[in-house]
Design a protein around this ligand. Structure first.
Ligand SMILES: NC(=O)C1=CN([C@@H]2O[C@H](COP(=O)(O)OP(=O)(O)OC[C@H]3O[C@@H](n4cnc5c(N)ncnc54)[C@H](O)[C@@H]3O)[C@@H](O)[C@H]2O)C=CC1
Ligand SMILES: O=P(O)(O)OC[C@H]1O[C@](O)(CO)[C@@H](O)[C@@H]1O
Length: 386
């Protein structure tokens, strides 16, 4: 069975590639990183190491790579024959890969009448649906109709912490033992792919919101507050009592919104939060706050991990959030010369001020309660300096 996976990075190799191998797929990774593609074609295997006491090693075999910059024709050929297509490239890259996927589908549906499921494994709500929209922009209406019959775009949520890392072996990747891959069954065309590790759910919304507004809200709180306080890693930040206080408060606020919206059991949700806090403190992982905070414009978006839970908390409780507002205030301070979005955000703040940025980037109404709450925390932020 052939799998095509876009993005041979941390999640691609360390999570999706590993499960595809265990499910007996040959995986063709598509990437723009020539070095990684060359290594995949030369080595034809790589190791995934579990970041835990025993450093358990999983050897992932039956892999190859195609450089989509230099060999688009081979990507089209691979898509024609694939039994599943997955992505882990980052939300901003989905529109970039859409045209090539459209070319592959255009050729595929002419001769291959087997269904194909395309699963975007990105930290975002509705990733596969957005990818479908972008792909369809490149297809004529008759081609779209053929795809409607055969090509599924089920939405998914993926959860596994895979930090940036430099290993002697370029392909080796160290990952936390925990993982969760949820796929919405309703979007599947044909049989559900038999991949151990995927949990199929009828309605993804409660699960992806629970994941994004707990794991990602919490992780970004640690990253932004920690970065503001001068910490380099998530582990350093988790050692700070103020970070602990803010993350607990932020997850209690997002938790309230989730519990009231989706009727999660209060005790079970607290256990979920505790598990996540322990994952952030995994001593076998070294994760930079700059990685976890990367792309602050995306993360300050209206539907993302900071603004959405803060707005939802206000909707269900009628109160203004304190700890999510502190986290948003810290996100607005996230300067990092290596991060194009961080640079752009700081420029926007300099030119227009925080209030305007919260309107344009976060979609908040001028004079809204949340803007007021964040501005109060921006004024107080100096209190957290170490
Ligand atoms: N690393 C993590 O802990 C987690 C990441 N995610 C999500 O997984 C996705 C990928 O994240 P990571 O693996 O951490 O990032 P990464 O940066 O390690 O991997 C992304 C890969 O995509 C490749 N890429 C960039 N442009 C491309 C293009 N046009 N065509 C093909 N490949 C291209 C890059 O070269 C890179 O190899 C993101 O949406 C992220 O939010 C989700 C859960 C956890
Ligand atoms: O990948 P993003 O959306 O930039 O988020 C930062 C990272 O921190 C996490 O929230 C937890 O590891 C990952 O899911 C993610 O890679």
């Amino acid at each position: 069975m052939e799998a095509v996976h876009f993005g041979a990075g941390n999640i691609g190799r360390g999570f999706i590639g590993s499960l595809l191998h265990q499910a007996n797929y040959h995986t063709t990774f598509i990437d723009v990183n020539a070095e990684v593609i060359q290594a995949l074609n030369e080595n034809k295997q790589y190791n995934v190491i579990l970041a835990s006491e025993n450093s358990e090693k999983h050897n992932v075999q039956h892999v190859s790579g195609i450089n989509s910059v230099t060999d688009a024709a081979s990507v089209v050929e691979a898509i024609k024959n694939a039994a599943i297509l997955t992505t882990a490239v980052g939300p901003n890259i989905l529109p970039v890969i859409a045209e090539l996927i459209a070319e592959g589908l255009r050729e595929r549906v002419k001769s291959n009448k087997q269904p194909l499921n395309i699963i975007a494994c990105e930290n975002m709500i509705g990733g596969s649906s957005i990818l479908k929209e972008k792909v369809y922009e490149h297809l004529a209406s008759d081609e779209q109709a053929s795809c409607d019959a055969l090509i599924g775009f089920p939405n998914a949520a993926v959860d596994r912490i895979v930090p940036n890392q430099v290993n002697d072996d370029l392909l080796e990747v160290s990952v936390e033992p925990y993982y969760e891959w949820l796929v919405e069954e309703i979007g599947i065309k044909g049989q559900t792919p038999a991949i151990e590790g995927i949990t199929y759910v009828q309605d993804l919304t409660p699960y992806i919101e629970r994941k994004l507004f707990t794991v990602n809200t919490g992780h970004s709180a640690v990253a932004y507050i920690g970065h503001y306080m001068g910490c380099e890693t998530i582990a350093d930040a988790m050692d700070e009592p103020q970070v602990q206080e803010i993350i607990k408060g932020a997850l209690s606020e997002s938790g309230e919104a989730l519990i009231q919206t989706y009727h999660f059991d209060r005790e079970e949700h607290q256990t979920y939060i505790n598990t996540i806090m322990n994952r952030f403190m995994n001593p076998y992982i070294s994760d930079e706050v700059t990685r976890v905070g990367r792309g602050p414009i995306r993360k300050l978006g209206p539907r993302d991990r900071l603004i959405r839970p803060a707005s939802a908390y206000m909707e269900v409780t009628g109160k203004k959030p304190t700890y999510l507002a502190k986290t948003i205030a810290a996100a607005l301070q996230f300067g990092n010369e290596q991060d194009a979005e961080a640079v752009e955000l700081q420029q926007m703040i300099q030119e227009d001020g925080v209030e305007k940025v919260l309107q344009s980037v976060s979609g908040l109404a001028a004079g809204s309660t949340l803007i007021g709450a964040v501005l109060e925390e921006v004024d107080r932020i100096g209190e957290w300096r170490r």
